[in-house]
Design a protein around this ligand. Structure first.
Ligand code: FES
Ligand SMILES: [Fe+2]
Length: 341
């Protein structure tokens, strides 16, 4: 599959982007990201037009980036504004500028060669710090993007791959419902588990003991954005008709799926919760647990990718739990067919 360029992707964690430029490969392109002294995030092609030195090896002065080799200087639009030793600046010395939008913990980038349509997905849980506390991170996986899609759309793997933290036997045993909303471009996968054990990940953070109602509602917006709405509630207390659900604990588990190359992918994650707000101990616990969970996924996907290169035919026997992933593949295929060459 080719890269779906005309989309917003997560380019970086907000905290990663500083006045010290950062180099990141996204959809096979090298991008230099930096923050000007006013706080504005800028993304430029990470190759100086003069002799190709990575601009990410340069330094920021105010809202300009100075190449670390011979000092060509660029403004935030990518225009070359200074060439040392001469007055005239060649018009061709400009560098590609990428549109970016910073929202809470994530910086989004428009990778299209065409003008953007719309804005990145709304992630209010990362922005509304009054009502949500979050932790976030990034793991880069040596596996292709489609393996990460499969992984996130079929959470039955939690039972087996993440048995020490978030997985319980009921996840793999509970049937899912799958829905594709073609108008909104969203694949939804619902798994509602009632009166099931509360895994350590939630027991320790919510304080709930014994059985709980645990809901997992996935919304995947291909290609690049995924949110799992997790709801943990005392047994038998469904959301009330007026939508007030104060007796439940909510966590939003967000992923930004950003291909790095054809065989590697950046897995941006964020966990936002509406309980124990501002509690550093809970944040640290969740951060530690999530990093361990993501590491288990990374190890599994690295292994699958490695096998792909060694085994000529990888067999696939799809079963009921795969319906979400298969729906996602169909949507991705359709996007691919419609994408400009
Ligand atoms: S390579 Fe950048 S100024 Fe020469
Ligand atoms: Fe996982």
């Amino acid at each position: 599959m080719k890269f779906l360029r005309d989309n917003w992707y997560v380019a970086a964690l907000s905290a990663e982007v500083t006045t010290q430029p950062l180099s990141r490969q996204i959809l096979g392109e090298s991008v230099a990201l930096f923050r000007s002294t006013s706080g504005q995030v800028t993304a430029l092609a990470d190759a100086c037009p003069h002799r190709g030195y990575p601009l990410s090896r340069g330094h920021v002065v105010g809202d300009r980036l100075v190449c670390g080799y011979h000092g060509f200087t660029f403004d935030c639009s990518g225009a070359c504004v200074t060439v040392p030793g001469q007055e005239r600046v060649p018009a061709r010395a400009n560098v590609r500028h990428y549109l970016t939008i910073e929202r809470g913990a994530w910086v989004w980038i428009w990778m299209g060669h065409h003008p953007t349509e719309g804005s990145p997905p709304e992630t209010p849980w990362l922005v509304d710090v009054e009502n949500w506390s979050s932790v976030s991170g990034l793991a880069t996986i040596n596996a292709s993007f489609d393996l990460l899609v499969d992984n996130l759309l079929d959470l039955s793997h939690e039972t087996f791959l993440h048995g020490q933290s978030i997985g319980t036997p009921e996840i793999a045993e509970t049937p899912i419902e799958v829905e594709v909303d073609d108008d909104a471009g969203v694949v939804r996968v619902y798994r509602h588990m009632n009166a099931v054990p509360c895994p350590p990940f939630y027991a320790r953070t919510t304080g709930l003991e014994g059985p709980v109602d645990r809901w997992q509602d996935i919304e995947y917006s291909p290609p690049s954005y995924y949110v799992l709405h997790a709801r943990i509630a005392p047994v038998g207390e469904p959301p009330r008709p007026d939508n007030s659900d104060d007796h439940a604990f909510h966590m939003k588990i967000l992923y930004g799926l950003t291909p790095e190359t054809e065989t590697s992918v950046h897995d941006f994650w964020a966990l936002a919760r509406d309980f124990r707000l501002g509690d550093d101990e809970v944040s640290e616990f969740l951060d530690r647990m999530q990093r361990a969970v993501v590491k288990e996924d990374v190890d599994a996907l690295n292994l699958l990718e490695e096998r792909r290169t060694k085994v000529s035919e990888v067999s696939e026997v799809s079963v009921k739990v795969d319906r979400g992933a298969l729906a996602a593949r169909r949507v991705l295929r359709a996007l691919n067919e419609r994408a400009p060459a």
